[in-house]
Ligand binder design. Structure first.
Ligand SMILES: [Zn+2]
Length: 274
């Protein structure tokens, strides 16, 4: 007699997210065929990874995502699962910047398009397992001085230009920047707007980025450990003073990096080694 298999249990957490946050989908067992995941209403679709052969995905929601329920559909050979995630209201303040004409030229420099496109392509693939080992640490030591929060509506010289893609920490030039978690450096070079820029792949489609560095101490292809110095705070690129701009992205969708320091996704590493 054939023992019937337990139906797969799909967990999706949290079921309510703020704009600019992300959810985690996991399945408790391998699924037959090639499982496919689709989230309605998202322009960037989540990537499905097999963690111990069990499908796992991070689902990122942009800061400007419309509110409401987003249908989530997982299909596999001979089965499917449907659920939804509700994106709920989060208020974002307005960040007004007054800059010189020279700085404005940097901000709108058309040559930046090629750089962002290249970064976009680099973040289109990710290591297939979580490379972090624990809760993410903040990228700077000591007391943090947040000067701009994630998602703030940015107005440059009176013109609304989009959402602030990360958190800004004010710090003196030369302050060491540390990798928040283990990962692989995928970009380390000078960009027009973000200045000297470092981007780390932490696996499972989760990336962090560091803008406006005075110095870069890593190179593409380097593996970094949590707490390893990767560069120094500066004011390179489009910047009005020394600070670290810290971004987290799920693929190419910026999400608030702060929840990473509060233990979000920390358990995924443990789970992958169970
Ligand atoms: Zn910033």
């Amino acid at each position: 007699m054939e023992i019937p298999a337990n139906p797969p249990v799909v967990t999706l957490e949290p079921r309510q997210v703020l704009r600019g946050d992300f959810a985690v989908l996991r399945v408790d067992q391998p699924l037959p065929g090639e499982p496919q995941l689709h989230v309605g209403g998202l322009s960037e679709q989540p990537k499905l990874f097999l963690l111990d052969r069990q499908p796992t995905a991070l689902i990122g929601f942009p800061a400007a995502a419309p509110l409401g329920a987003y249908p989530v559909r997982l299909t596999w050979d001979g089965g499917e699962w449907e659920g939804s995630i509700e994106v709920v209201y989060k208020e974002f303040t307005v960040d007004r910047l007054e800059v010189t004409e020279e700085q404005e030229e940097v901000y709108y420099d058309p040559r930046q398009a090629e750089q962002w496109e290249r970064l976009y392509r680099l973040r289109s693939t990710s290591e297939p397992e979580p490379l972090w080992r624990d809760v993410f640490r903040p990228p700077l030591d000591g007391e943090l001085r947040v000067t701009t929060y994630f998602g703030e509506i940015r107005v440059v010289n009176g013109v609304e230009t989009g959402r602030h893609s990360g958190m800004d920490f004010g710090a003196p030039t030369g302050t060491p920047i540390y990798a928040p978690a283990r990962g692989k450096v995928i970009l380390a070079e000078e960009f027009i707007v973000s200045g000297r820029t470092i981007v780390i792949d932490h696996g499972l489609n989760l990336f962090t980025a560091y803008y406006h560095c005075e110095e870069i101490h890593v190179a593409p292809g380097d593996w970094v450990e949590a707490g390893q110095r990767i560069g120094l705070v500066g004011s390179t690129g489009f910047s009005t003073g020394p600070h670290l701009h810290w971004t987290a992205t799920v693929g190419n969708t910026p999400v608030d990096p702060w929840p990473l320091t509060q233990g979000r996704v920390a358990d995924l590493f443990t789970r992958s080694k169970e």
